[in-house]
Design a protein around this ligand. Structure first.
Ligand code: ZN
Ligand code: ZN
Ligand code: FE
Length: 743
């Protein structure tokens, strides 16, 4: 891995053991030549592994003996440019303690300098243009180091030895504060202080950070947040927060020790934390018992928040579902109607890198959005695979390339719904492939013919493979858990194109080394209005009830509460369902959540994906019960159908007797868990793999794991790649490789 202070460490070790020779970065990793007595060479090998720098990782170590050359000293020599590019690119890393002390020490020459870094911290992936990781191949190449910086850079004993983004106030990037016209209002420290003033006054600040822009407002100012929400067209989706320090977080939220570790880690992700009391505005995450919180991770963020001394909203600098801005001129154009003022700098960002989001489930990390701090670190496979490019799904898209036994997964790209997102998608493919000199032999996409990513794959003219969505989910989870199968995969999500052309999403797949079989699924029901229904859960509820009651649904006063009072809409819905017009059939678990969320009155329309299911989860958290509803598992032509009919009839009964939505939500969750457990028993496979967007739901996931364990099963779930569609690209690669193995 490059940029983690490995060579200075090798230098110091060789120096200490009085060994001569050299160390050098190459595109494949690190090469070391050493001369000295055998016992000290042995000691070197042992200590190399045991004492390596915190951020470094040795994935393979080969050595051989050669004829002595007669070196007189030990040198760190320049990188060798030639060879196959397989060295790892490091993600962007949060500022280290040493650098942090420097920026707050008035006697240090980097006092209050927002671009301070060293070999243990700072930007990497967001500034790298190509390998090897040398300054000339980063966006820092436009800044010439001053004498003092150069001395640090060339001294193997210095913390900044070969720190590629090394800079100081004299020679490095600087801050500017721009108004909406791009006119400079202030520079350097004044820019920072004025930006803080603007936040305090309730303005919206756009800040150029590490991997893109943030939009920042005071988290205690409800009006400012409301305005940000309106301008960003993001009415309800939770906003991320940045807190001054862990102590302040602990005042507002429950923080378990693993959550604290994650918050303070070099990856420094957004961690979803349970709310305790609330000093911030309820506008941040309306009706949500969790807050997404991160700590400052760059010197710039530290300086900002030290000045403000209170939490800020730090949401991605974009409009609605567009990708984040990375360039100040682009930001000026795209964020002009949102931000009042722009805090920018002149260190170019090569590629967008969003903040990562993680959640702790069963005491372990599950990643929800994989970007800064994690991307583009690879997932290692047990075997080598051919050069494959996987283009992922449609929502929460990320792409992956396979090289040798490594799968490099791109940073989160987002939903491919608009032109800008598609541009970012193609740019990300190009840039990841570019770094690794990668040209794919095959391209893999989802089976869904209308996904933008699938269309892209068809247009490339490369040999193309399609992988079923839920198979990709299960196999991505198997890959990160190093499972070969057989397993029973539970793939529960919102939408995925099924092998029979219907919409799947409540699937049980038995996955073997080279194949999968759909052994069970949720009972399907129609979605009147198709895509429209996903935005309006009340339609989904009607679809579900129509499956049970047919035409009776529309006449019977019993069900009046679920039917729109507008006669025209009412007739339209009835016609669509009766004549099977634009009413696709789905076995989706996510849609079942939506239907129940609507039935109990929690959510009739959504403004962001997964909102209805989230509301149902939060409702369930408000009661503690093990109660379940009845359900049956039908066995029809070699397939188990999880029949929710008795459950939905009971929900209707509960609604009539005024049982609370919270209790119904909890019983619903518990019932789904028992459905999984019963199906697992019927199938009889010991290893159960949980994947798909539904397993972002903590209540569902933790209860499923606990119950499966009680019944003697071994459940596996996601940690390194998201359970949602962000993990699909990994699954596509492994699935395609195993397919080709079979032939
Ligand atoms: Zn540092
Ligand atoms: Zn300098
Ligand atoms: Fe999915």
């Amino acid at each position: 891995m490059q940029g983690v202070g490995f060579r200075p460490f090798v230098y110091r070790l060789a120096d200490e053991l009085r060994l001569t020779g050299w160390v050098c970065n190459s595109t494949q990793g690190v090469t070391i030549e050493l001369e000295g007595p055998a016992d000290r060479l042995d000691e070197f090998l042992i200590r190399l592994k045991n004492e390596k720098p915190r951020l470094s990782m040795i994935s393979a170590l080969d050595y051989s003996f050669q004829t002595p050359v007669g070196y007189t000293d030990f040198k760190v020599i320049d990188s060798l440019p030639a060879g196959d590019k397989s060295a790892l690119v490091l993600p962007d890393i949060a500022i280290c303690q040493d650098c942090l002390q420097e920026i707050f020490n008035p006697d240090n020459r980097r006092y209050r300098y927002p671009f301070t870094n060293c070999t243990n911290c700072g930007p990497r992936y967001s500034i790298i243009e190509s390998l090897p990781y040398d300054r000339g191949n980063t966006t820092m190449k436009i800044f010439r180091m001053c004498d003092k910086c150069l001395m640090e850079y060339e001294d193997p004993r210095n913390r900044r030895f070969h720190a590629q983004p090394n800079a100081c106030p004299e020679c490095g990037p600087h801050l500017e504060l721009w108004d909406r016209l791009g006119k400079t209002q202030a520079m350097y420290n004044d820019a920072l202080l004025m930006a803080c003033q603007a936040i305090k006054q309730g303005q919206i600040l756009a800040v150029k950070g590490l991997g893109g822009f943030h939009l920042v407002v005071d988290a205690t100012n409800g009006q400012a947040i409301e305005r940000l929400r309106q301008l960003k067209t993001r009415p309800e989706k939770p906003l991320a927060l940045m807190y001054p320090d862990i102590a302040v977080i602990k005042k507002d939220c429950e923080v378990k020790s693993i959550e604290e570790e994650l918050l303070c880690s070099p990856e420094s992700p957004i961690v979803l934390l349970k709310l305790k009391s609330n000093s911030i505005s309820s506008q941040v995450a309306p009706d949500n018992p969790y807050l997404g919180i991160m700590l400052p991770y760059t010197p710039l963020h530290h300086l900002l928040i030290a000045e403000l001394k209170s939490p800020i909203v730090a949401t991605s600098g974009n409009l609605a579902d567009e990708p984040i801005c990375i360039d100040e001129n682009e930001a000026l154009a795209r964020l002009n109607n949102i931000a009042d003022i722009f805090l920018v700098h002149n260190r170019p960002i090569t590629r967008h890198v969003d903040d990562s989001i993680v959640r702790v489930m069963m005491g372990q990390m599950t990643i929800m959005r994989r970007a800064r701090g994690y991307a583009p670190l690879p997932i290692s496979l047990k075997q080598s695979v051919p050069s494959i490019l996987a283009v992922g799904a449609h929502q929460k898209n990320s792409i992956a390339i396979a090289k040798g036994s490594q799968v490099f997964i791109s940073q989160h790209i987002g939903d491919l719904d608009n032109r800008l997102a598609f541009e970012t998608f193609t740019k990300t493919i190009k840039s990841l492939a570019g770094i690794y000199d990668f040209s794919p032999e095959n391209i893999i996409c989802d089976k869904h013919p209308d996904y933008t990513s699938s269309k892209y794959a068809r247009d490339t003219m490369l040999e193309r493979e399609e992988v079923q969505h839920h198979y990709a989910h299960v196999i991505s989870c198997m890959a990160e858990n190093e499972l070969d199968g057989p397993v029973l995969g539970v793939a529960w999500d919102g939408t995925g194109y099924g092998d029979d052309g219907t919409i799947w999403g409540g699937e049980f797949l038995k996955v073997d080394k080279n194949s999968y079989m759909r052994l069970a699924h949720l009972r399907p029901f129609p979605l009147p209005g198709g895509e429209k229904a996903i935005e309006e859960p009340w339609r989904i509820a009607i679809g579900l009830l129509y499956e049970l009651f047919g035409r009776k649904l529309f006449g019977d006063p019993e069900y009046r509460g679920f039917i729109p009072s507008d006669k025209k809409i009412n007739d339209l819905m009835r016609k669509m369902l009766e004549h099977n017009i634009n009413s696709p059939i789905t076995s989706s678990a996510g849609r079942l959540f939506d239907a129940v969320a609507s039935m109990v009155g929690l959510c009739q329309t959504i403004t962001f994906e997964g909102q209805a299911a989230m509301k149902l989860e939060f409702a369930a958290l408000k009661v503690k019960t093990d109660e379940t509803y009845e359900f049956v598992i039908d066995h029809i032509s070699n397939s188990y159908i999880l029949n929710w009919e008795p459950m939905i009839l009971s929900v209707l009964k509960d609604l009539k007797t005024k049982i609370s939505a919270n209790l119904i939500a909890a019983k619903f969750h518990n019932t789904l868990v028992e459905m999984i457990v019963e199906t697992a028993k019927l199938v009889g496979e010991k290893n159960i793999v949980l994947s798909g967007g539904c397993f972002q739901n903590k209540y569902l996931t933790e209860r499923t794991i606990t119950r499966l364990r009680q019944e003697g099963f071994t459940p596996f779930w996601h940690h390194l790649v998201p359970p949602n569609d962000g993990g699909i690209c990994l699954g596509q690669i492994v699935a395609c490789f195993q397919e080709s193995n079979k032939e």
